[in-house]
Design a protein around this ligand. Structure first.
Ligand SMILES: [Zn+2]
Length: 183
């Protein structure tokens, strides 16, 4: 179960989530395929159409007129936070920690495996952003959630583990110190 601990020197909150180590890896040093050489569909990709059962059930699905999905939001199978974790805050002397309660969503941006955000039509990018907004509004109703952060890691060097175009959103039970200071 993930937990969030505060660095007592910097007041920075750090997520401790050992589950993350188990996530699959598309990228290895030997096999790195440029986007334009990738196939549009990969049978083993959990984000490709037909493989919906490989992800947990979606919290949001946007479909085209023909009924096929265009965007899906699913829980990250190897999430840094979990709605099953306790939302308790513990203080022990100067140490502070909280259970890793929260949500770690993945938004699959397109049914196509071999595209990137930069290659999507403006309407598709707008659909991605509005899907994130709608999901964030839903999560903001949970009073245990203090901060919602959408983000995108593009490419292996940014730390993404799957090729299929996707972005993520974490909903945290704390406000990160760098944001608290600016506020
Ligand atoms: Zn895919």
């Amino acid at each position: 179960m993930p937990e969030i601990r505060q660095n007592i020197a910097t007041k920075e909150w750090v997520i401790i989530a050992t589950e993350r180590a188990k996530r699959p890896e598309d990228f290895t040093a030997e096999q790195r395929t440029p986007t334009h050489l990738r196939p549009p569909h990969v049978a083993t990709c959990p984000f490709c159409p037909g493989n919906e059962a490989m992800t947990p059930p979606p919290s949001l699905v946007r479909t085209a007129a023909d009924g096929s999905w265009q965007q899906r939001i699913v829980p990250n199978k190897f999430g840094a936070l979990s709605p099953a974790a306790p939302a308790v805050r513990l203080e022990e002397g100067v140490a502070r920690m909280t259970g890793g309660y929260g949500f770690h969503d993945v938004l699959i941006e397109s049914p196509l495996h071999n595209t990137t955000t930069a290659l999507l039509a403006p309407e598709e990018v707008a659909a991605t952003l509005s899907a994130l907004r709608d999901r964030a509004r839903e999560l903001a109703r949970d009073e245990r959630i203090a901060q919602i952060i959408p983000f995108k890691n593009h490419g292996e060097s940014a730390g993404t583990s799957l090729e299929h175009p996707h972005c993520q959103m974490v909903s945290l039970p704390i406000v990160p110190s760098h944001i608290r200071q600016r506020l």
